[in-house]
Design a protein around this ligand. Structure first.
Ligand code: 9Z3
Length: 345
């Protein structure tokens, strides 16, 4: 899903993505090819250091890398929306709807279930164990006492104690690794890095792809270098399609992984059918289908067998608790089934 977000108060240009199928130029075709996407993307900052952290985390937590690990199942949770810059020195960008709440809550339940979690998240989005803190937490949660010392406000003491306790436990166990992204270029390079690291040690890890990933983008080599000027009047832009990386994830980067993708729609008439198409087209193990209007209250679990709906019973409950319970069961079955020579879940 796309929404347009500008850093300027009242943009006077018009970004007009084509709603008909335009005839594709050779450049557009190249932009939709995974290899040229990566070849032209701006390189990740500190790529070697990030790769080393991911590999060390996997080796420490799994037991496939030399036998010294802790034997935890590994899951990569993606969370938050990717941005599409419109300028290389970015002033304006297109954003995707996602607060990161689903990914953050799911991470907590995966950790509780004994998983090691690589939390690939949008910078500034919702973080595990911080979901219940107010947006202006610094002002609401802290107080200055009579001796001019800063302390936690009595009203938030229980909440803060629990959040810090749970977070510290996860960090002490070394079972949570946070990897941030902002743009579609960073996200896809990091996803490839995680996926190839997971498969290089022969792991049947899980990919839980809750991030809202851009469908359209401006290729880096055809992007304006400097801020687009408004003096020329309205602006028309043609966006290229982001290559379908779910296929690449499944077929090349992590063929042994247990892959769960999400399908978000606004029209209930097409949701299940679109999720079913994603399931077969990209060979996902499960697609979690949700509607924008109700995604906090219910999801449909679409599989090769029967579909099932998960609903939350009250506002005090996290829907993610039920989702993760079901997925971890299916993942165990998948690992066991693979050892026995079957792959169906
Ligand atoms: C989802 O559908 C997530 O459930 C939400 C979670 C983004 C709705 P929040 O972060 O929201 O808790 O605020 N994620 C996937 C969205 C998406 O872009 N899916 C693509 C599609 O639908 C496939 S990768 O085509």
């Amino acid at each position: 899903m796309l929404c347009f977000k500008y850093s300027l108060p009242s943009p006077r240009f018009l970004v007009k993505p084509s709603i008909h199928t335009p005839r594709k130029s050779a450049t557009m075709v190249a932009a939709e090819d995974p290899e040229s996407f990566f070849a032209t993307a701006p390189p990740l900052r500190e790529a070697d250091a990030v790769a080393a952290r991911i590999q060390e985390f996997i080796a420490r937590n799994s037991d496939n890398a030399g036998g010294g690990g802790r034997g935890r199942p590994v899951v990569c949770v993606t969370s938050g929306g990717t941005t599409v810059p419109l300028e290389q020195r970015c002033v304006r960008y297109i954003d995707n709807f996602s607060s990161g709440h689903r990914g953050a809550a799911s991470t907590e339940y995966f950790l509780k279930a004994g998983y090691a979690v690589i939390f690939l998240h949008r910078r500034g989005s919702c973080q595990p164990y911080c979901r219940f803190l107010p947006d202006d937490s610094f002002l609401k949660v802290l107080d200055v006492n009579e001796e001019s010392k800063v302390q936690v406000a009595v009203s938030h003491e229980t909440l803060v104690k629990k959040s810090i306790g749970d977070y510290s436990k996860a960090m002490e166990c070394g079972s949570l690794l946070k990897v941030p992204f902002t743009t579609i270029f960073e996200y896809l390079q990091l996803l490839r890095m995680v996926a190839t690291s997971v498969s290089s040690v022969g792991l049947r890890g899980m990919f839980y792809l809750a991030a809202a990933v851009s469908d359209f983008y401006v290729p880096w080599d055809s992007m304006a270098k400097h801020k687009i000027q408004s003096a020329g009047g309205p602006l028309e832009m043609r966006l290229s399609q982001v290559p379908k990386m779910l296929s690449v994830l499944r077929n090349q980067w992590a063929p042994l992984a247990f892959c769960i993708s999400f399908k978000l729609e606004t029209d209930s008439d097409i949701l299940v059918q679109k999720a079913g198409t994603a399931l077969t087209k990209y060979k996902m193990n499960i697609v979690v289908a949700n509607l924008l209007a109700t995604y906090k209250d219910e999801v449909i679990i679409v599989t090769n067998g029967e579909n099932s709906t998960i609903r939350r019973c009250s506002n005090d409950e996290d829907l993610e608790e039920q989702i993760i319970r079901l997925l971890t069961q299916k993942h165990s079955k998948y690992i066991y089934g693979s050892q026995m020579g079957a792959t169906r879940v």
